[in-house]
Design a protein around this ligand. Structure first.
Ligand code: MG
Length: 455
């Protein structure tokens, strides 16, 4: 049996891999799984093929007897929030390829709680397709009709502002550079900043499916223009979004692009003071830096390490509770609004943090995060050999603290290292971070000699 769902939904190159037929099948099977008569919200980002796929998704849902409700252009977290707060809605399908290159598109299936469906439901939907169990509805089961909802974006934005001390932030009149990646984030984040009294300068703010400004993934490399603009405009901060505006990477007032795990330290501490009632716990994937643990521990906040992947983090945060979930790639989840990655919600929280702490973003980052040296590299090797390497690494460092839920992570006092076979290509990923450079290089050499032992 083939595999349609990847790490986050069904993805493929539009027209050749992700065809209307495939979108039809996934949607009809999703309807079969949710049950005939289910109401599902359908939204899309700016990507080419979005209109074609939207029609195919609507067809698939109608064919199997579901009720599609069109939202049009909306960020993924906007659709997710609407699914969560509207009792008449059973789920949703978001047409997006998130941060992938422009030629891609995709489908994310959203469960009735507004979070992406768990793995076992993806398997179920795949089985319905591969076992040929998609069935048409009966002709006399009611009129097939497509609804639309025009206030979904507004509902989402009002939900964000309801969680924030708007007046306290308005007085500060923050200047914020928003790099909206020419996609649906331009409909949410600039509006939130303005509602909070901020002066917004939007970069790549018009909707353009060719992504003329930069690639849809926010990284230090793709945010160089935004970073310069923060400095030139003497802005308080900048934020770069991905294609469906769930991920957000922040830029401090010194123009430094901050990975999500860096930002999570002051944010988690701020949230622990804002919400004394919440469990003092945060959730993140093993690819986040180990150096986040120390400053959080000092504040009595526990870090729960998890497999890499936002859906698992969202679901665990929702069921066990905590202050937040985060990924180093900029996915930040605030459970009191909705436990999914949300760029607009995160932007509002960062502004509230600055207003409450009365310090600049660079001061907050520097006061918690030590100066470190990072190495990220990958070595091509078959998966079998990579698994053997993991065993050798584990044995070699057995006196240290080891986290082995996804690859092997070795935690020392002044350094950490992670070796992890990639889920998508035959390579072993290596991440090393140390408080001094020579230590990091020594560790890499050590790991390389262990790899040689694996034959
Ligand atoms: Mg995304």
């Amino acid at each position: 049996m083939g595999k349609l769902f990847g790490t986050d939904g069904v993805r493929g190159i539009t027209f050749t891999e992700l065809t209307p037929e495939l979108a039809f099948k996934v949607s009809a099977a999703t309807c079969t799984h949710f049950g005939e008569g289910s109401r599902l919200l359908v939204g899309r980002d700016v990507r080419i093929g979005g209109s074609m796929l939207e029609s195919a998704v609507v067809s698939g849902l109608l064919f199997s007897g579901c009720k599609p409700v069109l939202l049009g252009y909306i960020p993924t977290p906007g659709l997710q929030y609407n699914v969560a707060v509207d009792d008449s809605v059973d789920g949703g399908i978001m047409i997006t390829a998130s941060h992938n290159p422009p030629e891609y598109n995709g489908l994310k299936v959203i469960d009735s709680d507004g979070i992406e469906i768990p793995r076992w439901k993806e398997d179920e939907i795949e089985k319905i397709i591969f076992e040929d169990r998609i069935r048409p509805r009966k002709w006399d089961a009611g009129v097939d009709k497509v609804d639309s909802k025009t206030d979904a974006l507004d509902t989402y934005l009002r939900g964000i502002l309801a969680r924030i001390d708007v007046q306290a932030i308005r007085r500060r009149e923050y200047k914020v550079i928003v790099d909206a990646a020419n996609s649906v984030g331009s409909l949410s984040v600039p509006s939130v900043v303005k509602s909070l009294g901020g002066k917004v300068i939007t970069l790549n703010g018009h909707l353009d499916p060719t992504f003329p400004g930069r690639e849809p993934e926010p990284t230090p490399a793709s945010l160089t223009v935004a970073s310069k603009m923060v400095l030139n405009e003497k802005a308080d901060m900048g934020v770069g979004l991905d294609g469906d505006a769930d991920r957000s990477i922040f830029i401090d007032d010194k123009g430094r692009v901050l990975w999500g795990d860096r930002l999570a330290i002051p944010l988690a501490i701020f949230l622990s003071r804002k919400h004394l009632e919440l469990p003092r716990r945060v959730y993140t994937g093993v690819s986040s830096s180990f150096f986040i643990e120390e400053p959080l521990k000092r504040e009595g906040i526990e870090v729960v390490w998890m497999r890499v992947g936002s859906v698992d983090i969202s679901r665990r945060l929702a069921s066990e509770g905590g202050l937040m979930g985060f990924e180093e790639n900029g996915g930040t989840m605030y459970p009191l609004h909705h436990p999914v990655r949300d760029a607009a919600m995160t932007t509002a929280l960062v502004m509230e943090m600055l207003a409450t702490e009365r310090r600049s973003l660079s001061e907050l980052i520097d006061s918690y995060y030590p100066k470190t040296y990072t190495i990220k590299t990958k070595i091509p090797m078959p998966r079998k050999r990579a698994i053997k390497v993991l065993e050798i690494v584990k044995e070699h460092y057995k006196g240290n603290r080891i986290v082995d839920i996804d690859g092997v992570k070795i935690l020392k006092n002044d350094s950490w290292l992670l070796v992890r076979p990639s889920g998508t290509e035959p390579v072993l990923r290596i991440m090393i971070e140390a408080k001094d450079e020579s230590k990091a290089i020594d560790l890499l050499e050590e790991v390389k000699s262990l790899i040689n032992q694996a034959g």
